[in-house]
Design a protein around this ligand. Structure first.
Ligand code: AMP
Length: 591
């Protein structure tokens, strides 16, 4: 398969935006009209993400259009037209069927950005099984927690990942029936199978069964302040939202070449790295390699990327380098840049205008919302530092909780409160797996309370203030302090651990641990390094603490909860706030 010359983007990326007049589009918006723009399974048999993303294009005149161009680390390029993707995802669905894996059963993928991940994701959805991605930089403990809590039935992975993270865990995962290895030519054991061999043995024809909009599609694990990660449940009907937001917030047009740099281990990498752009029938660039500034500019140039969706940490890394991309690279195809995942500093917007000759459009959403909620649009002036305005069909507000059942909308501008979204958008999460209580607590009346604090200005632009809880955002990835603390506590020297996000100019926040040692252990540089190494081995580099400090005793509430808020305030030299609930011992007094 080669790049189809007929689909080369033009050199003049001037396009009328899909959203020209914000207020008019909002006023005229209806989900019914969006529903008419997508397809639906034939004979009214529902809405299936894989049908909208792949089969409907493959069965149309777009069959030969490039769906995914995969750029390997080593320079290999693999191209998948929509027809190729239809065939391969059908094969994967047939593999699941052959193995007796059915509707609602969870298929996990633990791999870097390899083509098999994309095929498995969409093939899983064809079979009405549930796709659950795992970030490839997770260590064995986060992998185990998620496979276990997600009732993994099948895991697709590579031999290396298997050896490093799964081989020793399998006994603890009795419900995990099959591990499918993407790079094994032969089966290695009765439940450790070669995926290529299986794929070659099945048909490439598959008819998607009737799919209800409410059928479970994807489970994304996300971190909480307390407890282990939560599996946020999504449904096939979310595709309406993916389609709509890619149209208005990412401004996708036919012929676009779209690059979402997020990893599918996280929600942006699936909603917008796979589903949303394919639903528009555009070409997606997938780069297997990790961030490298020169490589990224080369990808933008060589692949003639027209729309680029990236993240603040990456932008800050680019900003720090003395590269003049407009002089060194031909970026004339690039039309639109968007960013998500953490606050986009106003300087980054200004840098984009100056160095890339394009504004960077921030948008806001989270795992639970399933898709973009608030955005800056190409037709609107950007207010640097603001997340923008809610998407058509979305009602967002700043609210104050009155009681368990009532939230009051704060109508005065520029007042801090809880960022909330009115229930009823299609990609809203439908639960946390096995955690009904935790789910229910996210709602007050008909508002979903996001856990973020924000303000709304008099023109309706939203401004991010921070999290209302202790969740850490590091390099755009969510890390739950409890998961890190639990892992550290497994070291024999550790009596207590408290973990915070320490502000970092490059990666937003850095995971920092405070540790109190058990009797008989004394703080030393050697032990500090050992604990950091222990964290890395168990948790993986994406989650493990980068800094660790010993303290004799950690500040706790009278009920024994470690006061991370206080650890953070002390770390940053900020006021300590209300200490009335604090347990008072000589040791916990401020050092
Ligand atoms: P996740 O569920 O991992 O996608 O993380 C969602 C969280 O990331 C949100 O609740 C915010 O705290 C943060 N976030 C996402 N987008 C933005 C943004 N544009 N500005 C500030 N914070 C953001």
């Amino acid at each position: 398969m080669n790049w189809h010359p007929g689909h080369k983007s033009t050199d003049a990326p001037v396009k009328a935006p899909n959203l020209v007049d914000y207020l008019e589009t909002c006023a005229e918006f209806s989900w019914e009209s969006i529903r008419k723009e997508i397809d639906g399974l034939s004979d009214g048999k529902g809405l299936n993400i894989a049908h909208e993303a792949v089969d409907r294009h493959a069965d149309s005149s777009r069959g030969d259009h490039l769906a995914i161009r995969w750029l390997g680390k080593d320079g290999t390029i693999r191209d998948f037209t929509y027809s190729d993707l239809k065939e391969q995802t059908s094969q994967f669905a047939n593999v699941l069927r052959r193995l007796g894996v059915g509707k609602g059963e969870r298929v996990f993928v633990l791999a870097g950005r390899i083509p098999e991940l994309y095929v498995a994701a969409l093939g899983t959805l064809k079979n009405l099984s549930v796709f659950c991605p795992l970030f490839s930089a997770f260590g064995p403990e986060p992998v185990f927690q998620r496979l276990n809590r997600g009732d993994a039935r099948v895991l697709v992975t590579t031999k290396r990942q298997y050896q490093q993270k799964i081989a020793n865990l399998q006994e603890r995962l009795p419900q995990l029936k099959y591990v499918l290895l993407t790079d094994a030519d032969e089966d290695l054991a009765p439940n450790l199978l070669s995926l290529p061999k299986l794929m070659a043995s099945v048909s490439s024809e598959f008819t998607i069964p009737p799919t209800d909009q409410e059928d479970m599609s994807v489970v994304h694990f996300t971190s909480g302040t307390t407890g282990m990660p939560k599996g946020a449940i999504h449904v096939h009907g979310a595709i309406l939202h993916h389609y709509m937001t890619a149209k208005y917030a990412l401004d996708l047009h036919p012929g676009d070449i779209f690059w979402c740099t997020a990893d599918p281990g996280w929600v942006t990498g699936t909603s917008y790295g796979i589903f949303a752009p394919l639903t528009h029938g555009v070409t997606c660039i997938v780069d297997e390699a990790e961030f490298d500034a020169e490589r990224w500019y080369q990808v933008l140039e060589q692949q003639k990327v027209t729309v680029w969706y990236t993240a603040p940490t990456a932008i800050r890394r680019l900003m720090r380098l003395d590269i003049k991309p407009r002089e060194k690279y031909d970026l004339s195809h690039l039309r639109f840049i968007a960013s998500v995942g953490e606050p986009l500093n106003p300087e980054a917007v200004v840098w984009g205008q100056r160095v890339l000759s394009l504004s960077i459009h921030d948008n806001w959403w989270q795992t639970e919302t399933g898709g973009i909620m608030i955005s800056n649009y190409p037709s609107m002036d950007i207010r640097p530092g603001s997340m923008g305005r809610p998407l058509p069909g979305i009602e967002a507000a700043i609210v104050r909780r009155v009681d368990e059942h009532t939230a009051e909308v704060i109508t005065e501008p520029d007042v801090e409160g809880d960022l909330a979204v009115k229930l009823g958008w299609p990609s809203m999460f439908r639960g946390y797996l096995h955690e009904e209580d935790r789910y229910r607590k996210c709602f007050v009346g008909d508002w979903y309370i996001t856990g973020d604090l924000a303000e709304r200005d008099s023109d309706g632009y939203f401004w991010f203030i921070g999290r209302a809880d202790d969740i850490i955002k590091t390099a755009g990835h969510m890390v739950g302090p409890f998961e890190v603390e639990s892992a550290l506590m497994e070291h024999p020297a550790v009596a207590e651990a408290g973990v915070i996000g320490k502000p970092d100019p490059m990666i937003g926040e850095m995971v920092k641990a405070f540790v109190a040692l058990r009797p008989g252990f004394v703080p030393s540089e050697e032990l500090r390094m050992e604990l950091l190494g222990f964290g890395r081995t168990k948790l993986g580099s994406a989650v493990a603490p980068k800094e660790l400090e010993f303290q004799d005793n950690l500040p706790k509430t009278r009920s024994g909860k470690i006061m991370r808020r206080l650890l953070k305030a002390r770390e940053l030299g900020l006021p300590e706030g209300d200490l009335s609930t604090m347990e008072t011992t000589e040791e916990t007094k401020k050092p």
